[in-house]
Ligand binder design. Structure first.
Ligand SMILES: Nc1ncnc2c1ncn2[C@@H]1O[C@H](COP(=O)(O)OP(=O)(O)OP(=O)(O)O)[C@@H](O)[C@H]1O
Ligand SMILES: [Mg+2]
Length: 417
């Protein structure tokens, strides 16, 4: 699906890095010579979804252009890049349209990209009712806490944070909530759980099966082959090479995961972004399928397609969204409406912390426990365990209801730019 074009009028030093970032996110970009070019470019038929406009030189020219376009019924949301000096003038009533936003310098390109994603969602999302109360609010099913839950992490879109959420959730459950956790790397193709945790892939489930099938002594399970990470999390990979993935017997994988449930408190499975047979088998045994969704339209579309597939597979009520990079300016409610799933929790952007932790083979929850993003993972871990916030504060024991998340999410959280 083609992504919209973003029209940019910025000084070259800011513009070039931003264009690179936006191109990597598969946006088209068009450079404007002046703000007044915007109407010409839009009139020329380019699908411009957003304009990023500098106002440091001539703020009135920019606001006049936008106001003129609005009058003529041409609505392109604008992200205005300003310095402190012109900010006050822009803040006056009616200077900007309802979909326009202001960002102050200095800007960082990553932050600006996510701000752009958020504005594009807001201009396109059509609100509709969702009915997913079973997913994250109200009482948890009776058998949910009775045995070790299997939590699969999946979205068919790449790069939305599946591995990040699987590893940090596992480490939060192990380190902060004192549960024994098995983290299964079911994505050796793009996933690299083991790599991001600084472990060697070591012996895999497929190696163990080969030996057993050749008459080796008994069949090893996932816990036999698992390596223990410094965080205490046991980590086991299904295969060492993507080529072996296709040869795996899906039912046998599911049985191996079910068998490991007796040896640990929680199993977290990081999945490959595809609807392979192995993945479908894992959906079938997972108590929860966490769906990380970043605030961008491709991730939202992929998640919403997943809800249809999950309905066909009969596992829709096991899906629960985790909004990732949640502080990009789109409210959780808007994400829920867009995807059609209730959010179980949200994880804010951790900036470079994930990269720094991965460089040392550690998780962010383990290495930066006091950072706000680690707190987000604790809340997610508690939702998985069904711990009520009040009980958590009082005595740390598990409760029977999932926390209500309403108060955590605001419409106007500051964006990271
Ligand atoms: N909340 C966050 N804050 C900052 N960076 C993040 C966040 N979530 C994910 N990232 C970064 O985004 C990139 C993609 O994340 P990740 O590898 O977890 O996605 P994935 O869904 O597992 O991708 P794939 O489908 O390729 O396996 C990584 O570099 C990760 O560090
Ligand atoms: Mg991954």
């Amino acid at each position: 699906m083609r992504r919209p074009t973003i029209a940019i009028r910025l000084p070259a030093r800011e513009r070039d890095a931003l264009i690179e970032e936006l191109a990597a996110a598969e946006f088209g970009t068009v450079v404007l010579d002046s703000a007044s070019d915007l109407e010409r470019v839009v009139g020329g038929g380019l699908p411009v979804g957003l304009a990023i406009l500098d106002v440091s030189e001539d703020p009135t020219a920019v606001t006049a252009t936008l106001a003129g376009m609005r009058e003529r019924g041409i609505s392109v949301p604008a992200l205005i890049v300003a310095g402190d000096s012109v900010f006050d003038d822009l803040g006056e009533d009616d200077t900007l349209g309802p979909n326009d936003e202001i960002v102050l310098r200095p800007i960082d390109t990553d932050g600006l990209r996510w701000r752009a994603e958020a504005m594009l969602i807001r201009s396109q999302v059509v609100a509709h009712a969702t009915d997913n109360s079973v997913l994250s609010r109200g009482p948890v099913e009776a058998d949910w806490a009775a045995r070790s839950p299997i939590v699969a992490v999946f979205n068919p879109k790449g790069g939305v944070g599946k591995t990040t959420i699987a590893t940090n959730l596992a480490s939060a459950l192990q380190g902060r909530r004192d549960r024994n956790v098995l983290l299964v790397d079911a994505d050796t193709v793009t996933g690299h759980v083991t790599m991001s945790l600084g472990l060697d892939t070591g012996r895999t489930l497929s190696d163990a099966w080969l030996d057993a099938d050749e008459g080796g002594p008994g069949e090893e399970g996932l816990l036999d082959i698992a390596e223990v990470h410094d965080s205490g999390v046991r980590v086991a990979a299904l295969v060492s090479s993507p080529l072996h993935m296709v040869t795996l017997d899906a039912d046998r994988v599911a049985e191996a995961i079910l068998a490991a449930r007796w040896g640990v408190d929680v199993i977290v499975v990081d999945l490959h972004p595809s609807y392979s047979e192995v993945n479908q088998a894992i959906f079938g045994i997972a108590d929860r399928i966490l769906v990380p969704v970043t605030p961008d339209l491709p991730a939202i579309r992929a998640a919403s397609q997943l809800t249809e597939v999950a309905t066909q597979l009969g596992v829709r009520d096991h899906l629960a969204m985790v909004v990732n990079r949640a502080n990009s300016g789109v409210s959780i409610r808007q994400m829920e409406d867009a995807v059609g799933l209730t959010a179980m929790a949200s994880i804010r952007s951790g900036g470079m912390l994930f990269v720094r932790a991965a460089n040392e083979g550690r998780t962010v929850t383990d290495m930066f426990p006091k950072d706000a993003v680690s707190h987000d993972f604790e809340i997610l871990a508690d939702c998985i365990l069904g711990i009520e916030p009040a009980e958590r504060l009082a005595d740390g024991k598990a409760g029977h209801r999932m926390p209500s998340l309403g108060g955590l999410f605001g419409r106007n959280q500051p964006a990271r730019t």
